[in-house]
Ligand binder design. Structure first.
Ligand code: FE2
Length: 251
């Protein structure tokens, strides 16, 4: 299938595709989509980067800056992908829109530029939000990941320009102030990882304590739940990268 092709081709693109599918569905849910639309959105998320199969994997995974020529090649992946997806049976126009339009941005100034005038499904803008959230929060060879809260701040800064303002606002509200994957410091001095966050904005969190107040790593699993109104027990965010915490081994 298309997905095993991606998996063989490049591990990052595979994980990214699965993540974007899952996060897209969350964006869709936050925006109040119906079940069938969320399925379409999820499929679009899964297939959005399929066109990268046609690009030299050395360019896809190149650490450091791309040359202008390499970037021009990368910029072709939405059109390549749409070409592949159009040949698949049972793929709707909306999925093709997501594949071809996910780098076009809310202002339609992105790429491919020869598409700028064409109307696209609203699902395209939802998938683009999921795409940027996952890209920012994942470790790459050329840059470290940003925390979920930092990603939310950076996304907010491009609201109405790169990202659809209303869909983004729904998604950020859905994530809540401390999304899953955030590392926080508690008022007693413990360091904890958010493993479950309430999505209705009532600030109910499940935390896994990573280090006790003396900074000692816990040798058995210890969870704490914060109900609404207890969020003041969180005094700040900890950068897992600086604290030497490997989130990949914890999540
Ligand atoms: Fe892409």
């Amino acid at each position: 299938t298309a997905l095993t092709l991606i998996k063989d081709y490049d591990n990052y693109t595979f994980h990214h595709s699965v993540n974007v599918a899952v996060i897209s569905i969350a964006v869709g849910r936050a925006c109040g989509l119906e079940e069938a639309q969320m399925r379409t959105l999820g499929l679009g998320g899964l297939l959005h980067d399929l066109g990268k199969l046609k690009i030299d994997v050395g360019i896809i995974n190149k650490p450091g800056r791309l040359t202008l020529e390499e970037f021009e090649k990368i910029k072709k992946h939405p059109v390549h992908g749409a070409g592949i997806v159009e040949q698949m049976e049972g793929v709707s126009r909306e999925v093709i829109d997501i594949v071809i339009g996910h780098h076009l941005h809310y202002n339609r100034q992105g790429y491919p530029d020869d598409l700028a005038g064409r109307p696209l499904s609203p699902l395209t803008d939802m998938a683009a939000i999921a795409d940027s959230y996952d890209a920012m929060t994942t470790m790459r060879s050329y840059r470290r990941p940003v925390s979920p809260r930092q990603a939310m701040r950076e996304m907010k800064a491009t609201s109405g320009i790169l990202l659809h303002p209303e869909y983004l606002a729904h998604f950020l509200k859905y994530l809540g102030p401390y999304p899953v994957g955030t590392v926080v410091r508690l008022s007693q001095g413990e360091t904890a990882l958010v493993t479950k966050a309430d999505t209705e904005g009532r600030c109910e969190l499940r935390l896994k304590i990573l280090f006790n107040k003396e900074g000692k790593k816990l040798d058995r699993e210890h969870f704490v739940e914060l109900s609404a109104g207890e969020s003041e027990r969180i005094v700040g965010e900890v950068d897992p990268f600086l604290a030497g915490i490997d989130l990949g081994s914890l999540l």
